[in-house]
Ligand binder design. Sequence first.
Ligand code: ADP
Ligand code: MG
Length: 256
Amino acid sequence: MSELVGTPEQVISDPAGVVIDDLHKSFGDVEVLKGIDMTVSPGQVVCLIGASGSGKSTLLRCVNRLEDPDAGRITVGDFEATDLDVNLDAMRRQIGMVFQQFNLFPHLSVLENCTITPRRVLKQSRDEAEREALHQLDLVGLKHLADRRPAQLSGGQQQRVAIARALTMKPSLMLFDEPTSALDPETVGEVLAIMRDLARAGMTMIVVTHEMGFAREVADRVVFLDKGVVVEEGTAKQVIGAPTQPRTQDFLRRVL
Ligand code: ADP
Ligand code: MG
């Protein structure tokens, strides 16, 4: 297949920063996040790594308030995400999220998957929404599959559609929760290439991933989470290349 993947033609003009301050979250008696501090500057890429169950997804989900934190403060750009009176709809419009499972609408075409939210939420006309969607699909190399149904695409292609779909909303922050974990190995690279382009375009990104090669190449900072605590953070070179904490060393021995 000779799809052109990776045309870094877009520039993210207004990336948001994220500040997380002493974030706590429990489910029942189990404290899953035990006082997380994390800062992501506008345009930065932070890779969040850690074993299964360490709280990575919960942390991401608190950022767009899919989970309500018990304590602590989160700001996303100009939004006080943890304020009771925050405009959640407006905040979430600025935050794109990509999951392990692509969550495309199976009964809609690729193009319709990318236009439905801009039309409904941003009240764009069909023409306007289709123009932007085709532009985003072009950037991920999939414009020629706009009329297909998701099931007719490979996993990697579906995930690229999911990214294009998120970008049609012009987010200022992108959250990725293990975006390549469900993919066949041969399609992982094409998704990582799109994410690399997006990082180069200046998007603020928080990426939960086990792809240490990607983290080394793209991440400005790597944060290692264990049992709801940030154990170690720094550049990829520091955290992945020369971890100082035994728990980080253990984890990396298992994934590398
Ligand atoms: P990770 O993404 O690092 O694998 P998660 O954030 O998904 O970790 O989960 C952290 C812990 O919180 C796990 O023990 C998980 O079982 C628990 N957990 C996550 N979501 C819920 C929930 N909605 N209700 C109860 N427990 C949950
Ligand atoms: Mg998870």
